[in-house]
Design a binder for this molecule. Structure first.
Ligand SMILES: O=C1O[C@H](COP(=O)(O)O)[C@@H](O)[C@H](O)[C@H]1O
Length: 266
């Protein structure tokens, strides 16, 4: 690992030499959280994103993780999903199924994907209902000070514009403070119709990991992580602050290249 440090309340930074090291560190981190959650409450509620994340989780399908992780206790959710059919190439579910879920022994009934046969608005309501039932049975933990779901782990990628899940800069979905899941029909990145966890749910998680690689994201990483003062534009990634949980950034050197004050050891 090149650098690992805590950063001004903006979470722990793990900056890895290369993608191979990042994949290993990420797999270790997820496996450790899974073990702790299963030991403590008998289940591991994990929310995935789409994009580059699934490929970066790939080591979980290999030894030792494929044998040592207690896959039967995993409950899978999506922090965001595109409102397309499950077999569509834009579907975050399909991405995760092809790249991860079909390669490890997850219980099919524990895979909580969205309803792909209704409108974006209905899919968001429907998903909130599903999560509410699982919070009632404590398959998904609950926040200490509200009835909000407290996922054991939410994994987020970040776009070059600083978007996380399907929360885009200057979009009204960022202001949603009541609902757990909301919808958009005007995503600046195709496809336009999506559902997404709100900041309320993201910031109620026990653990949030931001997994970001590549030089095209270096400026957004700098804006999200460094102390650049109160005049920061509406950068969704900067709004991730788990209230009772822990935030960890997994970065490769390229994504970390514009961070203030970092010295890499070669
Ligand atoms: O559209 C999306 O983009 C983000 C970032 O994707 P990446 O390929 O740049 O990592 C992703 O996290 C989100 O789930 C997805 O819907």
């Amino acid at each position: 690992m090149a650098v690992s440090e805590a950063n001004n309340g903006r979470g722990e930074l793990r900056i890895l030499e290369n993608l191979d090291e990042l994949r290993t560190d990420l797999a270790d981190y997820i496996a450790e959280l899974s073990e702790a959650a299963v030991k403590e409450r008998g289940a591991f509620a994990i929310a995935l994103s789409g994009g580059s994340l699934i490929d970066l989780m790939g080591k979980l399908c290999e030894a030792p993780y494929n044998k040592t992780v207690d896959w039967a206790k995993w409950h899978i959710f999506w922090a965001d999903e595109r409102v397309v059919a499950k077999n569509h190439s834009d579907s975050n579910y399909k991405l995760a199924k092809d790249g991860l879920l079909s390669k490890v022994p997850i219980v099919p009934g524990h895979v909580h994907s969205i309803n792909d046969s209704v409108s974006a608005e209905e899919a968001a309501d429907d998903y909130m209902f599903v999560i509410r039932q699982l919070v009632k049975t404590r398959m998904v933990n609950v926040a200490d000070i509200s009835d909000c779901p407290k996922f054991d782990l939410i994994l987020l990628g970040m776009g070059p514009d600083g978007h996380i899940a399907s929360l885009f800069p200057n979009h009204s979905a960022l202001d949603e403070t009541d609902e757990w899941v909301t919808f958009i029909i005007d995503s600046p990145k195709p496809p336009p119709e999506r559902i997404t966890f709100t900041l309320l749910v993201i910031n109620s998680a026990s653990n949030v990991a931001m997994v970001v690689t590549g030089e095209s994201k270096a400026e957004a990483v700098h804006l999200a992580v460094d102390n650049i003062g109160p005049d920061c534009p509406s950068l969704p990634a900067r709004l991730v602050h788990p209230t009772e949980g822990k935030l960890v950034w997994f970065l490769d050197k390229q994504a970390a290249s514009k961070l203030d004050g970092l010295q890499f050891s070669d």
